[in-house]
Design a protein around this ligand. Structure first.
Ligand SMILES: C[S@@+](CC[C@H](N)C(=O)[O-])C[C@H]1O[C@@H](n2cnc3c(N)ncnc32)[C@H](O)[C@@H]1O
Length: 321
C-alpha cells in the first residue's frame, strides 16, 4: 500500500470510531430541509454532519469547524464540497459574522471525540499510558504537561476545584506538586488516586483529568464567549442545538438560553420591570434531552450527554401572527 492510500485507509476507518450521540433527537429537532445552510461548530469525524447534509443536500452551503488536525483531514476527505475550517469555534464564529454569513441550522456537540480519548498519544485518558498532552488543537502552546509541572499549587487547586469539582482539590494539588516531574498519564493518575476523593462509581482520577483538560483547552470560557455568537449567526427562525457532557458546560448553555428566552431579566424582587429586555430565542427543549438506555448500552459516551435546543425568534412573524 502506498503512503497516501494507507493514510486514507486510516482516516476512513477512523470515521467509524465515533458514534454520534443523540443523533435521532438532533435530526428531529433540526428537521433539516433541502437547501438549508448548516454550521457544525464541532464537526469531529462528521457523524452528525453526514446525516444532516444527506437531508439538506447542500454541502456547498455547509461550514464544518474543528480545531483538531486529525478531524480536519477526515472532514476534508468525507465532505469535499463543504467549507472545512481548522480553528476554535469562537474564532470561526467571529470570522463568519465578519463575513456576514448566516445559517439555518447550527450544532455544537461539545467535548472530545472517541479517537481523541482512545488514542494513547493524545494523552486525554488515564486508561492508556501516554504523554501529558490533552490538547484538542495539536499546535496549541499549552499542554497538560505544563499545567501539571509548572502551575503553582494554588493555581492547580483552583483548577481542580472549579473545573473538576474535586472535593479534595487541595490534597490532590499538593500531591501533584510533591511528585513532580510527572510525564505520563498513568504517572499522574497514580498520584491523584492516592490523594483524591474516591467516589464508588468512577475512577478517582476522573475529576482531575477532566479539570486539566478543561484548563488546557480553555473550554468553559470559549463556550461562554461563543454561544451568543452562534445565536447571532442564526437566521430568524434558525435553530441551535448544543450537546454538553458535564454540568459546568450545561450550566453555561442553560443560563444563556434562560436569559435570552425571558422578556424580563430584572432582579426577582424588583416590583416593576425596568430592563426592557427583549427575548431573542424560544426554547425547543424545556428540559435537556438525554440518551435512553438502549443508546447508552450501544454507546456509553452518551450517558452524560444533555441536549438543549433553541429557535431564534422571527420578530416579523411574531408581529404578523
Ligand atoms: C464530540 S466531538 C464531535 C463529534 C461529531 N459531532 C461527530 O458526529 O463526529 C467534539 C469535537 O469538537 C472539537 N472541539 C471541541 N472544542 C472545540 C472548539 N473550541 N473549537 C473547535 N473544535 C472543538 C473536538 O476537537 C472534537 O473533534
Amino acid at each position: 500500500m502506498r503512503v497516501i492510500e494507507y493514510v486514507t485507509y486510516i482516516m476512513i476507518s477512523m470515521t467509524n470510531l465515533h458514534t454520534p450521540v443523540l443523533l435521532n433527537q438532533v435530526l428531529e429537532i433540526l428537521d433539516p430541509q433541502v437547501g438549508q445552510k448548516y454550521l457544525d461548530a464541532t464537526a469531529g469525524l462528521g457523524g452528525h454532519a453526514q446525516a444532516i447534509l444527506e437531508r439538506t443536500q447542500s454541502p456547498q452551503e455547509a461550514v464544518l469547524v474543528d480545531q483538531d488536525a486529525t478531524a480536519i483531514a477526515v472532514l476534508e476527505e468525507k465532505f469535499p464540497q463543504a467549507t472545512v475550517v481548522q480553528t476554535d469555534f469562537a474564532s470561526a464564529a467571529q470570522s463568519l459574522l465578519d463575513e456576514g454569513r448566516q445559517f439555518d441550522l447550527i450544532l455544537m456537540d461539545l467535548g472530545v471525540s472517541s479517537p481523541q480519548l482512545d488514542r494513547a498519544e493524545r494523552g486525554f485518558s488515564f486508561r492508556y499510558e501516554g504523554p501529558l498532552d490533552m490538547r484538542m488543537d495539536q499546535t496549541a502552546e499549552l499542554s497538560a504537561d505544563q499545567v501539571v509541572n509548572t502551575y503553582t499549587q494554588v493555581e492547580l487547586e483552583r483548577i481542580l476545584y472549579e473545573f473538576g469539582e474535586e472535593p479534595r482539590a487541595r490534597a490532590v494539588a499538593a500531591a501533584i506538586v510533591a511528585a513532580r516531574p510527572l510525564r505520563t498519564t498513568q504517572e499522574l493518575a497514580a498520584v491523584v488516586r492516592r490523594a483524591a476523593f474516591r467516589p464508588k462509581e468512577i475512577d478517582a482520577a476522573t475529576k482531575t483529568f477532566q479539570a486539566i483538560r478543561l484548563a488546557v483547552n480553555n473550554e468553559l470560557d470559549t463556550l461562554a464567549q461563543t454561544v451568543p455568537l452562534m445565536v447571532e449567526l442564526l437566521v430568524p427562525g434558525g435553530k441551535l442545538v448544543i450537546i454538553s457532557f458535564h454540568s459546568l458546560e450545561d450550566r453555561i448553555v442553560k443560563l444563556y438560553f434562560d436569559r435570552e428566552t425571558k422578556s424580563c431579566i430584572c432582579p426577582p424582587k424588583q416590583p416593576i420591570c425596568t430592563c426592557e429586555h427583549q427575548p431573542t430565542l424560544e426554547k425547543i427543549t424545556r428540559k435537556p434531552l438525554v440518551a435512553d438506555a438502549s443508546e447508552i448500552a450501544f454507546n456509553p459516551r452518551a450517558r452524560s450527554a444533555k441536549l438543549r435546543a433553541v429557535e431564534k425568534i422571527n420578530k416579523n412573524k411574531r408581529r404578523d401572527s
